[in-house]
Design a protein around this ligand. Structure first.
Ligand SMILES: C[S@@+](CC[C@H](N)C(=O)[O-])C[C@H]1O[C@@H](n2cnc3c(N)ncnc32)[C@H](O)[C@@H]1O
Length: 274
């Protein structure tokens, strides 16, 4: 069941704060799926359009679908500013797919969003939404993959210290909307998809970007874009939290005020409708 408070207040920080996926994501998918600029893409849980707009040139039309109106407003503003054509927007949850009567899709992507859905039911609905030979693609950062190199003189974001600060404000139990964060973690996607008509997906990796550098504002935006640190969770103490976070970050990178942000390689799961 979709919880509208998950990302409440987070959308305006998302594009500025989140690291991008692999620069080779489009090439990797074009090779894997034979994409050639035709067919339609549906990006589910699109947020501000992160995946859908990165892949737009590989399709003739892109639909961005998200239940969060503020995320879609960010996507709309970006599409207008970039003058992108052939993009439309649907405010709905993935679970609504069977009722939406969208045209058949060549590809349906989920960027860090499949775990937020009723997975088995949604995967089956995606199967029906695809044209024969089409594919469902699940995309996430995998930060456990070692970085090829760390940027010199640019410290990594001090995640442990920031985690402690967030806990001091919000308590030890992390929440995403009304639920504990852990409740969104379940079996691996491969196992879930193996129980659907898709069968077991294939997995590949596109190399992550090892040159992402953020200033203090960018790191603050990154945390406020996360559901476990979304602005509404801090209530009237939001300003105080941001102030303390800024001081922590300025101490952690006193010379340049910059941080290295290694998002990890981009993991790509592909499940095809045969
Ligand atoms: C972490 S963001 C990912 C945004 C973007 N796809 C990306 O890769 O950066 C997760 C998105 O999933 C959306 N979401 C949450 N529950 C959903 C559901 N049941 N169906 C579709 N989208 C959902 C949220 O509103 C949010 O925009």
């Amino acid at each position: 069941m979709y919880d509208p408070t998950q990302f409440k207040g987070a959308a305006r920080y998302y594009r500025h704060g989140r690291p991008p996926y692999s620069a080779q994501l489009g090439d990797a998918l074009a090779d894997e799926l034979g994409l050639d600029g035709t067919g339609r893409l549906l990006d589910v849980g699109s947020g501000p359009g992160t995946v859908g707009l990165q892949l737009a040139a590989l399709f003739e039309h892109v639909t961005l679908l998200d239940p969060d109106a503020d995320m879609l407003a960010e996507a709309r503003a970006y599409v207008a500013a970039e003058g992108l054509a052939a993009v439309d927007f649907v405010q709905a949850a993935a679970e609504d797919l069977p009722d939406l009567q969208l045209q058949r899709m060549r590809t349906v992507t989920f960027g860090q969003s499949f775990h937020r859905t009723d997975r088995l039911r949604v995967a089956e609905a995606v199967y029906d939404a695809l044209e024969p030979g089409g594919a469902m693609v699940l995309i996430v950062h995998d930060p456990t993959r070692p970085a090829p190199q760390q940027l010199p003189d640019t410290p990594p974001i001090p995640h442990d210290e920031v985690d402690r600060l967030i806990s001091a404000y919000l308590g030890p139990q992390r929440r995403s909307g009304a639920r504990p964060v852990e409740s969104y973690q379940a079996e691996r996607f491969e196992q879930t998809l193996a129980r659907t008509r898709f069968g077991r997906p294939r997995v590949s990796y596109a190399p992550g970007r090892s040159d992402v550098v953020r200033d203090v504002d960018g790191v603050v935006a990154g945390f406020l874009s996360m559901s476990f640190a979304a602005p509404h969770l801090f209530g009237s103490r939001l300003g105080e939290f941001i102030g303390e976070l800024r001081v922590l970050l300025e101490r952690a990178s006193p010379t340049s005020g910059l941080f290295w942000d290694w998002p990890g390689d981009t993991e790509i799961l592909i499940a095809e409708r045969r």
